[in-house]
Design a protein around this ligand. Structure first.
Ligand code: FAD
Length: 390
């Protein structure tokens, strides 16, 4: 336990990434006295992420349950973005521009045809285009493009702006920020009671939400059996700038699988072009490597040769919070008073609206909404207890 006790709140959220912030904002809107503990709220993976809202083009075999949650969150995005930007005055860079997924060779085309068939079986909107039709939509594409999928419903948002707006929304809703590192979870009488920060301060709370992204599986004090099975998956990303004279360089997100690895180009309205992303299982390493940058530029150049003309303005690596089934863990943890909102992996930006709503409902009313039931931590073997309403 801690050497001195500071604040007491109804809800204490560990982690001020987009998932912790949206949870705190929505909980505070429900009238709960809410606090966030994080040395740098608004940072985390959102600082690196591309911000594709890609429920349809990110569909993978075996992820049909996740698809339903992704689609539900995509459906909520327009209202969510409007509410957040109206409340804070922040422009979120939410752009309803659609996505084009293309194939560069016969193998890519076969892969894309499979994806198209899966999308159709799942009742999703996507249209097969010839190479020529793809280039008519996006003239900067390489002449060798063999075909592609036009998905008008997969949009984008700027995750850095989203994070900044969520911090502002939390402040307006009266959320307290403790700019500190949570060293351990404190448990009293078989119930989560708060945390002790790195300087020994105790923060007490009625409920604690663990939303620490890729660090969620490491918090001291959480019973071993209940630690969420979340691991870091490194992604390197480049940012280029499209000079005005080249605009519009690309009008929508363009993505492809090149030699088996995924590459995407996400054009923002302000001229930023995000090129991502590697996927590496290397623990908590966030080094930007020559190899990572090389691969991204090589694959992006195969797709859109003109990118080599653009200034390269930033290189960064971040950590996706991966879970065993690539889906998030939402709701009660198995320890009374401790809830989880983590494991959002490559869809955390997309899943921000639905996560905020789900977590606020379980915190305010003790009821996990229907759409979140397949995503309880229980599916990995931990016992889940019912939360008591606030
Ligand atoms: C390269 C890359 C590209 C991506 N592209 C997309 C995309 O296009 N679309 C999409 O939907 N998603 C994308 N994502 C995924 C998305 O960014 C993440 O799923 C999401 O940001 C996770 O948010 P989070 O709040 O759960 O975790 P994080 O962003 O990791 O935030 C966790 C926070 O917790 C804090 N913290 C951790 N431990 C403690 C502690 N003990 N005490 C106090 N604070 C603590 C950290 O400081 C951090 O601020 C991408 C991710 C990466 C890395």
């Amino acid at each position: 336990m801690s050497s001195r006790t500071s604040d007491t709140s109804d809800v204490l959220v560990i982690g001020g990434g987009i998932i912790g912030l949206v949870t705190a904002w929505r909980a505070a809107q429900r009238g709960l006295a809410t606090a966030v503990v994080d040395p740098e709220p608004g940072g985390g993976a959102a600082r690196v992420a591309a911000g594709m809202l890609a429920a349809v083009t990110e569909l993978h075999y075996g992820e049909e349950r996740l698809l339903a949650l992704n689609l539900e969150s995509a459906r909520r995005y327009p209202d969510f973005a409007a509410e957040l930007s109206e409340l804070t005055g922040h422009d979120l860079g939410y752009r309803r521009c659609g996505t084009l997924a293309v194939a560069l060779d016969a193998d890519d085309r076969a892969h894309l045809r499979e994806l198209h068939a899966l999308q159709q079986r799942s009742g999703l909107d996507s249209e097969w285009l010839s190479g020529r039709e793809c280039r008519r939509l996006e003239p900067m594409l390489a002449p060798g493009v063999r075909g592609g999928l036009r998905v008008d419903g997969d949009h984008q948002i700027d995750p850095r702006r989203l994070a900044a707006a969520l911090v502002a929304a939390c402040e307006r809703a009266g959320v307290t920020f403790h700019r500190a590192w949570a060293e351990r979870l404190d448990v009293a009488g078989d119930r989560a009671a708060g945390v002790t920060t790195a300087d020994g301060t105790g923060l007490r709370a009625g409920r604690v939400v663990l939303a620490a992204g890729s660090m969620s599986g490491r918090l001291a004090g959480v019973p071993e059996a209940l630690l969420p099975p979340v691991r870091p998956v490194k992604g390197q990303v480049l940012r280029l700038t499209v000079p005005r004279r080249y605009a519009p360089f690309l009008s929508r997100t363009v993505r492809a699988v090149v030699r088996g690895s995924h590459v995407y180009l996400v054009p923002r309205e302000n001229g930023e072009l995000v090129v991502g992303a590697t996927s590496e299982e290397l623990g908590w390493d966030t080094t930007v490597t020559a190899g990572g940058v090389y691969e991204l530029l090589r694959d992006a150049h195969d797709l859109v040769p003109g990118i080599t003309e653009l200034p390269l303005t930033e290189t960064r690596a971040g950590l996706r919070p991966g879970s065993p089934d690539n889906a998030p863990l939402l709701g009660p943890s198995g320890l009374d008073g401790l809830l989880l909102a983590t494991g959002h992996y490559r869809n955390g930006v997309l899943l921000t609206p639905v996560t905020g709503d789900v977590m606020a409902e379980v915190l305010a009313n003790g009821r996990l909404p229907e759409e979140a039931r397949p995503f309880t931590p229980q599916r990995f073997g931990a016992a889940v207890l019912m939360e008591q309403p606030a």
